[in-house]
Design a protein around this ligand. Structure first.
Ligand SMILES: [Zn+2]
Length: 127
C-alpha cells in the first residue's frame, strides 16, 4: 500500500499524493530546500566547525571557549528551526510533514540546551 509523500495518508497505487494541497506543499518544500541548500549547509558547517574548534580549545584549558561552545550549540538549534530540512532518507521514512516537525522539535531542544549552556558558561567563566 502506498502513502502520501507529504502527510502519510494511505492512497491508491496510481497516486503520489492524497490531494492537491499535499502535492503543492511537497513541491514548495523541495523548492525551498533546494533554494536554501547552500546557505543552510554552509551555516551548519560553520556551527559544527566552531563547535569542534572551541571544544578543542576548551580541552586545552581556555576557559572562555565554553561560551563559544554554547553559542555554537545555540546557533545549531536556530538553524534546525529556520531550515527544518531532513535528509531524503528521513523524509521517506517519516513523510515531509512529520520530518519538518521532527527537525523543528529537535531544533527547539538544542536551542534550549544552548541557552542553558550559555548561562552555565557565564557562571563558570565569572565564578
Ligand atoms: Zn497527503
Amino acid at each position: 500500500m502506498k502513502k502520501c509523500e507529504f502527510c502519510g495518508k494511505e492512497i491508491s497505487y496510481f497516486d503520489q499524493y492524497c490531494n492537491n494541497n499535499c502535492e503543492s506543499s511537497t513541491k514548495a518544500f523541495y523548492k525551498k530546500r533546494n533554494r536554501r541548500a547552500k546557505l543552510s549547509s554552509t551555516l551548519t558547517v560553520i556551527a559544527l566547525a566552531g563547535f569542534g574548534i572551541s571544544a578543542f580549545m576548551f580541552l586545552f584549558g581556555i576557559k572562555w571557549a565554553s561560551m563559544m561552545i554554547s553559542a555554537c550549540i545555540t546557533l545549531f538549534g536556530i538553524l534546525l528551526i529556520i531550515f527544518p530540512y531532513a535528509t531524503d532518507y528521513m523524509i521517506k521514512k517519516y513523510t515531509v510533514k512529520k520530518s519538518v516537525v521532527i527537525m523543528k522539535r529537535a531544533g527547539i531542544v538544542i536551542l534550549a540546551l544552548g541557552i542553558a549552556f550559555i548561562f552555565a558558561s557565564v557562571m563558570y567563566i565569572f565564578a
